[in-house]
Design a protein around this ligand. Structure first.
Ligand code: GLN
Ligand code: ZN
Length: 763
């Protein structure tokens, strides 16, 4: 069984790519040096993969920013505003597309960036225009294929497939159907395949949209296109790759295609194996994605081998190939670097390098006589032992947590009074003006705050000094908000590095890697917390900071928490129980924090759920159930609050249109949402649904240092007041202000407060 990869992490063990990119952007190294460093990085990744037992290494998965942007550049799809004259985009044009340019003479907006399916990786959204010429102008993937061949690697070139590329792009002219570009695009792909076919034995085209619900009308064109593409590669074989979900619902798209191989994600959907196997034409190999590319746990070798056996029954072992479920882009590089993890928990984990070895192990163990080989037998035994340790370990299970989950009762999901009644009690308790003003939670994380945090971490600053520093920061933030005239204040979150990490560090069942970086976008990486065991809250997490802040003002102080869906979505989650079970445990832990904040006298508590929307399954038919469960966990967290305590929630990343009923079901007293970029348009979805509770539509975009004028925000607020009854309207920015600097924050908030005053005056 041939083993292969769909992609390897790009950053390098020590985030060398990040360092190289930042050095280049800062003018510290030139293009040639960047090229040398990245060529060395690719070589080291191929070497790592081969040494770990991978037969076909990926080429083209590496990128200086993003693979969708690479594809756009390969095809010459450079938007006009970058002033590109045609031909291959220069390195600086490439980075301009990704990051925008702002200098003395030019101010060009970057291309849009959005999340890649249900991952936390962001891709650059290709832009399509009528009459756009799409033809091969780039050379990157060919150069890299040559580099791999010269270094003696058997390689598989990896590209986004044409349908996924178009589907995930956007038409920039209204009404333009980007699929009208398909004939040209396919011709360009045939050209690419022809050239790559001379350089590598395999070419992989990724069509993860098959795991979603692509328009039925494309099924015919898809089949026809892939029939041609499979032939266009000359001597090379074409692999069609799907991942992030099963494709059994779209079998007619792939049935009988003359492919070299079809790759399926058997981690997300093991039940599709038999169905897909039957749909393959006899010459097509079935590539099984059995090792989870989205998580950091060891494969369950016994379960995976059973799946290989099942697949072999259908297509014969000779027609099987083995790989991780998807690109390893979504997991950290090497577990070897983690010396500080608890050794038991560490023994349950596998990062990218270890996952390559797991793929090899499965191939070896499935081969005739494989399990009799002593090294294979030993590795299988080690795998079994790790899983036994995990199943039986007292570290991961907490009987008290399990009992508590079992003892949840229906009333725990319901606030003690309906919103209408609560609103009256809250109005009396808080005595806020109409259209109250507030912020989303964080205030500028100044260089001083970051430095203090760093020094506290290394021990340069002792705990008492750090506490004093944070208290001073909070006092300053409170004073500034009072001076600005805001109505509901926040403490500013200076003690938090990250809204998930902060809680993870204080909850049982979480651990943290030292080097578990995963690319988020460009040079930016995140280090997600790891949830390895039952989650509980050993003690209050935010109460001291919030009560201290509240003691400094007569105005209501908002307690600030992260909701269970978001904590789950931005962590590596244990895979030995359903994700829903883990989220429910988090909800109970956060519920205790709500109760403690309330007991400490906080009368307003915000539970942020920015990831509620992005954590949804790939297929719409699964949304309703998934949303219902996520909403239940939010309610479980919030419903402990008394009727007179005002519960807020916050969501960003727009696109709420289809989920307003679920947002309403959360039953938060107030929700703040990102709305300025859509100029309040998304409020119509709330209005159409007759959203019953209070809403604070974001009045200004916090992603930019631009200070909006009073008139601008006043106009937005008036627009909002046309669709949302003014007595249920709030005024706030789109999101937290941590990435901004004080001068623009003060100016923007002063204008926002004034805009709210003017709107109040005419109500
Ligand atoms: N309370 C958080 C903040 O203000 C919310 C961040 C978010 O929505 N992503 O930073
Ligand atoms: Zn936000």
């Amino acid at each position: 069984m041939v083993t292969h990869l769909l992609g390897f992490p790009r950053m390098g063990r020590g985030r060398e790519l990040k360092a190289a990119l930042e050095a280049y952007w800062a003018g510290g190294i030139d293009a040639a040096a960047l090229g040398e460093r990245t060529a060395a990085l690719r070589l080291s990744h191929w070497t790592l993969a081969r040494e770990a037992g991978i037969d076909l290494v990926p080429v083209g998965d590496f990128s200086l920013y993003d693979h969708m942007l690479d594809m756009a550049c390969l095809l010459g799809a450079v938007p006009e505003r970058f002033g590109h004259a045609g031909g291959e985009a220069s390195l600086d044009t490439f980075f301009a597309m990704a990051r925008g340019v702002q200098d003395g003479t030019r101010d060009v907006a970057a291309m849009e960036m959005t999340k890649w399916f249900d991952t936390n990786y962001h891709y650059i959204v290709p832009e399509f225009t009528p009459g756009q010429r799409l033809a091969v102008v780039g050379s990157k993937i060919f150069d890299e294929a040559r580099q791999a061949a010269q270094a003696g690697f058997a390689a598989k070139a990896v590209l986004p497939g044409p349908f996924t590329f178009l589907m995930l792009g956007k038409s920039v002219s209204p009404g333009f159907d980007r699929f009208s570009l398909l004939p040209d695009l396919l011709e360009a792909y045939r050209d690419i395949l022809g050239r790559l076919g001379a350089l590598c034995p395999w070419i992989e085209l990724d069509e993860p949209i098959l795991a979603q619900d692509p328009p039925e009308a494309l099924a015919g064109p898809f089949k026809e296109a892939y029939g041609d593409l499979a032939r266009a590669a000359g001597p090379a074989k074409v692999m069609l790759a799907t991942y992030f979900g099963g494709i059994a619902h779209n079998l007619s798209w792939v049935e009988g295609l003359p492919l070299g191989a079809l790759h399926i994600d058997c981690v997300r959907d093991p039940t599709q194996i038999a169905l897909v196997a039957k749909a393959l034409s006899p010459e097509t190999a079935l590539s099984l994605g059995l090792v989870d590319g989205r998580n950091i746990w060891r494969v369950d070798a016994a379960a995976a081998l059973a799946r290989i056996e099942l697949a072999a029954d259908h297509v014969g072992a000779k027609r099987l190939m083995l790989a991780p479920s998807c690109s390893l882009l979504h997991c950290p590089v090497d577990l070897e670097a983690e010396s500080a993890l608890d050794p038991t928990i560490r023994s349950w984990m596998a990062f990218a390098v270890q996952k390559c070895r797991e793929v090899r192990l499965l191939a070896d163990a499935a081969a005739p006589g494989g399990p009799e080989r002593s090294e294979v037998a030993a590795a299988l035994a080690a795998n079994r032992a790790a899983w036994e340790s995990r199943r039986e370990s007292g570290v991961a299970t907490d009987a008290a947590v399990r009992h508590r989950v079992e003892a949840i009762t229906v009333d725990m999901f319901h606030r003690p009074a309906p919103y209408k009644e609560r609103a009256g009690l809250q109005a009396a308790a808080l005595s806020l003006p109409p259209v109250p003003t507030t912020t989303i939670g964080s205030f500028p994380q100044t260089p001083e705050i970051r430095q203090a945090r760093r020094r506290a971490k290394t021990g340069e600053m002792d705990a008492a000094a750090y506490e004093t520093f944070l208290k001073e920061t909070i006092a300053d933030v409170v004073a500034r908000q009072e001076a600005l005239g805001l109505d509901v204040l926040v403490h500013g979150e200076p003690e938090r590095n990250d809204m998930v990490e902060y809680f993870g560090e204080r909850l049982a069942g979480f651990c943290f890697t030292k080097n578990g970086w995963v690319q988020s976008y460009g040079a930016r990486c995140v280090k997600p917390p790891v949830i390895y065991g039952d989650v509980s809250r050993p003690g209050p997490m935010t109460v001291d900071w919030s009560t201290y802040a509240a003691s400094l003002t007569k105005k209501p102080m908002k307690g600030m928490l992260t909701g269970p869906a978001t904590i789950l979505c931005w962590s590596f989650v244990r895979d030995d129980q359903p994700r829903e079970t883990t989220r429910r445990q988090i909800a109970l832990a956060m519920r205790d924090e709500v109760a403690d904040l309330e007991r400490a006298g906080l009368r307003v508590i915000q539970i942020d759920e920015p990831a509620l929307r992005e954590g949804l399954p790939l297929r719409r038919k699964d949304w309703e159930m998934a949303l219902a469960l996520a909403v239940d966990d939010f309610r479980l967290t919030a419903a402990v609050a008394k009727p007179e305590t005002q519960i807020h929630t916050h969501m960003c990343y727009a696109e709420f249109n289809d989920i307003v009923p679920s947002i309403a079901a959360m039953d938060a007293d107030v929700i703040s949402i990102e709305a300025s970029r859509s100029r309040m348009e998304l409020l119509t979805a709330f209005a159409d649904f007759q959203y019953p509770n209070e809403i604070g539509p974001g009045l200004y975009d916090i992603h930019s240092p631009r200070v909006p004028s009073v008139e601008e925000m006043e106009a937005l607020l008036k627009r909002a007041a046309e669709v949302i009854p003014p007595e249920r309207l709030w005024a706030n920015p789109d999101c937290g202000l941590k990435t901004r600097a004080w001068p623009e924050v003060s100016a923007a908030l002063a204008n926002m407060v004034e805009a709210a005053r003017r709107v109040r005056a005419v109500l």
